[in-house]
Write a protein that binds this ligand. Sequence first.
Ligand code: DAH
Length: 345
Amino acid sequence: MLQDKIKQFTEEIKGFAPTSAVDVENFRLKFLVAKGIVKGLFEEFKTVSTEEKRTLGKVLNEFKLLAEKTYSDAQAQFAQTKKSLQREEGDLTLPGEGFQLGSRHPLSLVRKEIVEIFKKLGFIVAEGPEIEDDWHNFSALNFPPEHPARDMQDTFFVEKKDGNDIALRTHTSSVQVRLMEMGKPPFRAIMPGRVYRNEAISARAHCFFHQVEGLYVDENVSFADLKQTLFHFVQELYGEGTKVRFRPSYFPFTEPSAEMDISCTICKGEGCQLCKNSGWVEILGCGMVDPNVLENCGIDSKKYSGFAFGMGIERITNLKYEIRDLRLFSENDVRFLSQFETELV
Ligand code: DAH
């Protein structure tokens, strides 16, 4: 009868121990929907005698409240578990976080670009040590003993060694000497590397920076070859139409020597702050290898001639990307570095 049914379902509900949100939903479907048990029992209630109604009305109402409370408690319990799961494992339905790719350092990008241009012209890449002796850094390159560049002011000395002091190389020209000592002409090489000078660090100077040295030695190499090679290089690096000009200069290891300017990459020669309104900016030193240097390296200067050039990678990079402060290159500030190309290699 109705009373028995209520008793039986009350026990079932009291024993309800859901283990998942699915159990909770099944409970709702069984007891609380329009065609569920609670509604069914109320329908049946309409058919019982007035006598019975008096006693069962209260019981039935309590049964209904029990069913509703059991459901809402169970629902809250599983909502809670779902939330704590989300907190522990994260919401697996959210899109992934992704990972940040690093980017190439601007100096590496520019070094690579310079090397690629010269490789196409048949230059090989050579490297030498950063800790160098006096012979390779100075003497073989025709620096007279009293030359100011040997002064403590410019050079970081590592060790005094009667006349062949050990120091951090002050330029990559030392690699020319190592290369020529090792082999026989022809030489056609590009030599990138880090160099050191005893300078106070500022926006315009640093105690270490990077250079690329170039050397071409063979029979009948002329200044015209030097000009054409460097002109081509500038067109490749800064674009067709970039103008070049050579000014006479002096380096102990080249004769004649020159400095090469290019039309300002920022104002295109109109005049701006960077080129100090001259329309030109200097980018490298160059010249014909001094016969003394060839002889110092065991090369017959009557038979062979050559040209050499050297440039600062920082300077080339500054002109390319309009960077005004050298310190940015070594501070490792991600806000600066992340602006450059990302390569997936
Ligand atoms: N070694 C020079 C410097 O550090 C740059 C240089 C000038 C290199 C002329 C050369 C050259 O090979 O021919 O300032």
